[in-house]
Write a protein that binds this ligand. Structure first.
Ligand code: PMV
Length: 321
């Protein structure tokens, strides 16, 4: 790109994990959905600066900050130095809705475009995926990769360490209520806390396996349009995550408020401790948002769009988790 040419843009989707967070770290499956909202980044010739006004964030590649180190990891792996990045963030940061992965994907896509190295089909290269994974590792230690996969895909998918991301079928478009606890969540801290719990509590592995099996159930419910069934799965998953001690008083309050406002199911989403909850409340979405706001919490609505059948529903006997 030369001066005077239009800025190169890249987009990364925000995400919610429907079920399977933490279990996915131990090889089980998780189901996540890329959101239509996310982060758009514009790359222009410059000196490696990044600005994200919505998050009051400024950094520079190699300035020693986490964001600077993540930016460095991306431009280094993509051989894309000499660019400035301006991000328009449509999702809150550190809220458990995939903001860091969305930003990393958007920066990487903008950088590749600015350097004129975009795949003719618009597909992400393995180098781009490696760059995003390296940036995510700065923030989250050794992430499973589910956030990065959802940020790239934007669809609903099943993710496991062994099989990666596979789009799955969704019979019926669903609206999801996303409630924000207002407390930032720290993924690396929560993942480490679960690892410590596994050493002290022999049943922790059984809880993680159950969460993985719920991913199979959720995949079936999504394919059949079974909203009530999916609601029960969300409720069960929240109970299991609470048993792993990754919930918090704020997350529990959001979940209970959603149920009181008519949700058929609700759970924390992402690493927990802080961050966000999701609730399924057909016909009562606005009631859920109002109840959360009355209790002092912010929230928004996200859509999970219906898709064509993409993958056979796993059989229990197959033991895919
Ligand atoms: O970064 P979060 O809050 O979306 O959590 C990611 C999901 C975890 O399973 C908790 C961690 C991981 O790496 O998969």
């Amino acid at each position: 790109m030369t001066a005077g040419t239009p800025a190169a843009r890249g987009f990364g989707h925000g995400k919610i994990i429907l079920v399977g967070e933490h279990a996915v770290v131990y090889g089980h499956a998780a189901i996540a959905a890329g959101l239509s909202v996310g982060v758009t980044v514009e790359a222009t010739p410059g000196e490696g600066r990044l600005r994200v006004p919505a998050w009051s964030l400024e950094a520079r590649a190699g300035d020693g900050s986490d964001v600077g180190r993540a930016l460095d990891a991306i431009v280094d792996r993509l051989d894309a130095r000499g660019l400035d990045f301006l991000a328009d963030a449509g999702v809150p940061s550190r809220a458990g809705v995939g903001s860091s992965a969305a930003l990393a994907v958007a920066i990487a896509r903008a950088a590749v475009r600015a350097k004129g190295r975009e795949d003719a089909a618009g597909a992400d290269s393995p180098a781009l995926e490696a760059a995003v994974a390296a940036a995510e590792a700065v923030f989250h230690g050794t992430p499973s990769g589910i956030d990065a996969a959802a940020a790239q895909s934007g669809a609903v998918g099943r993710f496991s360490r062994a099989d990666g991301w596979r789009p799955i079928s969704v019979l019926q478009t669903m609206t999801i209520c996303v409630g924000l606890s207002g407390r930032p969540r720290d993924t690396a801290f929560q993942v480490a806390a679960v690892a410590r719990l596994r050493e002290r509590l022999p049943t922790a592995d059984g809880i993680l396996a159950l969460l993985g099996r719920l991913s199979d159930d959720a995949q079936t419910a999504l394919a059949c349009g079974d909203v009530d069934g999916l609601g029960r799965i969300l409720d069960t998953a929240h109970g299991l995550l609470a048993a792993l001690r990754v919930s918090s008083p704020e997350l529990d309050a959001l979940v209970h408020a959603a149920r009181a406002a008519g949700a058929v199911g609700a759970k924390l989403t992402g690493a927990g401790g802080g961050g966000a909850v999701i609730a399924l409340a057909p016909g009562h979405e606005r009631d859920v948002l109002a109840r959360w706001r009355a209790a002092g919490f912010d929230g928004f609505l996200a859509e999970i769009a219906a898709t064509e059948p993409a993958e056979r529903i796993p059989s229990r006997a197959g033991g895919s988790s």
